[in-house]
Design a binder for this molecule. Structure first.
Ligand code: SF4
Ligand code: F3S
Length: 174
């Protein structure tokens, strides 16, 4: 069992919870705090301290998503042991619905991978990629044959070859 910070903490972040936790297991995001589920000793002291009633025991039903959020961001956010700046509009946010969507996690946006070309076994690149294609923002060109040009060969990485280099799941050899 652990205690879990839930939706109504978002944008309230009163931090009264931090001041009473005997094991300092709160972690701070931009507009939300989380409890490290494996550090929490289930003392329950923080639960009544939260003015937003945002701290729940994980034995309450329906808290799986919030438990996962607490577990994840306790690994990523910094520990907080003293009350810091409480948002000036915390009271205005207390009890507002739909705050889960406003949670700021600080996760980097997912990377936008360009579509990797696919090659039929033993075949040529599709016509639309014969001139080259982009991988991770770099352009791989297929040089014209002749004139000393060295073709670039791309193969899927299926081992630990020591030739070429790896880029975006492909081995680049020339
Ligand atoms: Fe800290 Fe106790 Fe609250 Fe767990 S239940 S977060 S140990 S004050
Ligand atoms: Fe959040 Fe309540 Fe603590 S609003 S910061 S869980 S006191």
């Amino acid at each position: 069992m652990t205690y879990v910070v839930t939706e109504n903490c978002v944008n309230c972040k009163y931090q009264d919870c931090v001041t009473v936790c005997p094991v300092d297991c709160f972690y701070e995001g931009e507009n939300f705090l989380v409890i490290h589920p494996e550090e929490c000793i289930d003392c329950g002291v923080c639960e009544p301290e939260c003015p937003a009633d945002a701290i729940k025991a994980d034995t309450e039903p329906g808290l799986d998503d919030w438990l996962a959020i607490n577990a994840r961001y306790a690994m990523l956010w910094p520990n907080i042991t003293e009350i810091g700046t409480v948002p000036a509009d915390a009271d205005a946010w207390n009890g507002k619905p739909g705050k889960a969507a406003l949670l700021i996690t600080g996760d980097a946006p997912s990377r936008n991978h360009p579509q990797k070309p696919t090659y039929p076994a033993g075949g040529e690149p599709a016509p639309e990629v014969q001139e080259g294609f982009e991988v991770e923002g770099a352009r791989i060109a297929f040089p014209e044959p002749g004139a000393g040009a060295v073709p670039v060969v791309l193969t899927r990485i299926d081992g630990t070859g020591d030739d070429g280099f790896e880029m975006d799941g492909l081995r680049v050899k020339s």
